[in-house]
Design a binder for this molecule. Structure first.
Ligand SMILES: Cc1ncc(C[n+]2csc(CCOP(=O)(O)OP(=O)(O)O)c2C)c(N)n1
Ligand SMILES: [Mg+2]
Length: 537
């Protein structure tokens, strides 16, 4: 069998249904094999979008997302998407074409050392040197991407290898020396952890993205209700717990709520579940200084990296939470929970405005109006922080954002990937005017595939979050490089792609436009005019 056909066979063996990609000379044999196979390929308008769409797809489907690009600029255009997936532990397999084996290292046309370039932000990567290795490499790549702490794996395949012949047989087992993720928690550590929880008077759970990666949301809910422990979360842990839970407290960290951060500072025990607890989740060196820490993560490298000392428990959260549920005593930390909830009530409700859309109020409204299982893909900037603070999670609602790398331009392709994974689900993308302009060409992919997405664009005429930082550091008006000086007609851009849209100036206009967007068959862009002075908090 020709290697290019074998590649598609490997993807079929891995139950891949769709590939997001962009062609070029060094992947022409793979595209020919794709054509013959009938496997679905979606042509994006940029390789970065192919990577982000594969990410949105993976996060919605709970499976590995696949993207494909040519050598040189195609491969380098994928880099940001791969790094974004790596920081957020999203399982991807990225396939790139490479120049012919005998040309490697000679700086021929469209040669780039993508293996070297992505070494530090792929979970693993391969340059295929022997065509016979193809089935093993694909088997391993998918296994590595989806097991343990998920992440992106890159396979770089030279053009001449794609045209060779091999005897195809797909391995049944994977045996990778040095890669044996621990999935079951150590019984002794679990017992120590449970004892500490029982001793604690002011316990707190902090949820990260690991709850979603491990599919442990149901187990978390059961554990929280049994143990009676209040829950805070990081950016990536947003959809790990529903906001209507009695135990829900809110976002922590630099952009979190003061009541959540106060709960962290008063807690005597914090149970970290699948979180790196990185800088954005903490508020300085005194973070959780009075708390004993139990840290559960599938990646032992995360334990003690940012916070310790700890009772470490390495393993898959779903398994470990099941063990916890068995042995934890039914408890009520009623007084402590009420105390935190008392602090929570002191938050001011966002004010309504006449001249502008108030993003905070509108996102609360959106939470009421959106379907309970909607996938909401959110970009980066003030729009991300308004969203994580004001969108409510209920039912199976999902919150997709670039938490770790903070990649502008994520929301549109990720929303498209989500819609591709779940065509019957409502998909909403929230973004700023800057982030929209980083991925607006993907309206073409959306239109070509007749994907219906509700887009909410907060136009505050500039790079709001950076403008706010400049204002806080250097004084109001001392801005540099944060205002575009030209604002296109965003609604007309949507219309140019055959899509719909409306520009709105008030909260009530937003509500009406949202209803139109729900009724529309096509993707619908709601451009919300926001006061450029609107703050994050
Ligand atoms: C690719 C990329 N470049 C630069 C940044 C730095 N950055 C963070 S937020 C932001 C402003 C985003 O502007 P916009 O999308 O309009 O959102 P707003 O903050 O105005 O809501 C910038 C430039 C980034 N996060 N990602
Ligand atoms: Mg903006």
């Amino acid at each position: 069998m020709k290697v290019s056909d074998a590649i598609i066979r490997c993807l079929t063996e891995e139950h891949v249904e769709v590939i997001f990609g962009y062609p070029g000379a060094t992947v022409v044999p793979i595209f020919e094999a794709l054509r013959k196979s009938g496997m679905k390929h979606i042509l994006t308008r940029h390789e970065q979008a192919a990577g982000h769409s594969a990410s949105g797809y993976a996060r919605t489907k709970g499976n590995v997302g696949v993207c494909l690009a040519t050598s040189g600029p195609g491969a380098t255009n994928l880099i940001t998407a791969i790094a974004t997936a790596y920081m957020d532990s999203i399982p991807l397999v990225a396939i790139t074409g490479q120049v012919n084996t005998y040309q490697i290292g000679k700086d021929v046309f469209q040669e780039a050392d993508i293996r070297g370039a992505t070494a530090s932000f792929t979970k693993h990567n391969y340059l295929v040197k022997n065509s016979k290795d193809i089935p093993r490499i694909f088997k391993e790549a998918f296994y590595i991407a989806r097991t343990g702490r998920p992440g992106p794996v890159l396979i770089d395949i030279p053009l001449d290898i794609q045209n060779e012949e091999i005897d195809f047989s797909y391995p049944e087992e994977v045996d990778i020396r040095g890669y044996k993720p621990t999935v079951l928690g150590h019984k002794g550590q679990i017992k120590r952890a449970i004892d500490l929880i029982h001793e604690s008077k002011r316990p707190l759970i902090c949820v990260g993205g690991g709850i979603i990666s491990s599919g442990a949301k149901v187990e978390l809910k059961e554990f929280v209700e049994k143990a009676g422990i209040p829950v805070v979360h990081t950016m990536m842990g947003k959809d790990g717990i529903n906001s209507d839970s009695d135990f829900y407290i809110g976002l922590i960290g630099t952009h979190g709520f003061s009541h959540s951060n106060k709960a962290v500072s008063k807690a005597d025990m914090i149970l970290l579940l699948g979180t790196r607890i990185a800088d954005r989740a903490t508020i300085g060196p005194n973070f959780a200084k009075d708390a004993e820490i139990i840290h559960i993560d599938i990646d032992p490298a995360e334990i003690g990296k940012n916070l310790g000392p700890t009772i470490p428990v390495v393993g898959d959260l779903k398994n470990i939470l099941k063990d916890f549920i068995k042995d934890i005593r039914d408890a009520e930390c009623g007084e402590w929970l009420r105390e935190i909830q008392g602090w929570k009530k002191s938050i001011e409700e966002p004010a309504a405005s006449e001249r502008y859309v108030n993003p905070k109020a509108v996102l609360k409204k959106l939470s009421e109006m959106a379907e309970k299982d909607a996938v909401i893909a959110v970009d980066v900037g003030q729009n991300q922080l308004w969203s994580v603070r004001n969108i409510e999670i209920s039912g199976d609602r999902r919150f997709l954002t670039s938490g770790g790398l903070g990649t502008m331009g994520y929301s549109i392709p990720a929303a498209f990937g989500a819609k591709t994974a779940s065509p019957d689900r409502q998909v909403i993308a929230v973004m700023g005017d800057g982030s929209f302009q980083m991925s607006m060409f993907e309206l073409g992919t959306i239109a070509a595939n007749k994907a219906k997405i509700i887009m909410v664009l907060f136009n505050n005429y500039g790079l709001g979050l950076v403008r706010e930082i400049q204002k806080n550091l250097y004084g109001d008006g001392n801005f540099c490089g944060v205002e575009f000086g030209h604002c296109p007609d965003f609604v007309k851009i949507a219309e140019a792609y055959g899509l719909k849209g409306k520009k709105v100036f008030s909260n009530i206009d937003f509500e009406n436009a949202y209803k139109e967007a729900v009724d529309s068959e096509d993707t619908y862009l709601i451009e919300c005019i926001v006061d450029p002075k609107e703050s994050t908090f």
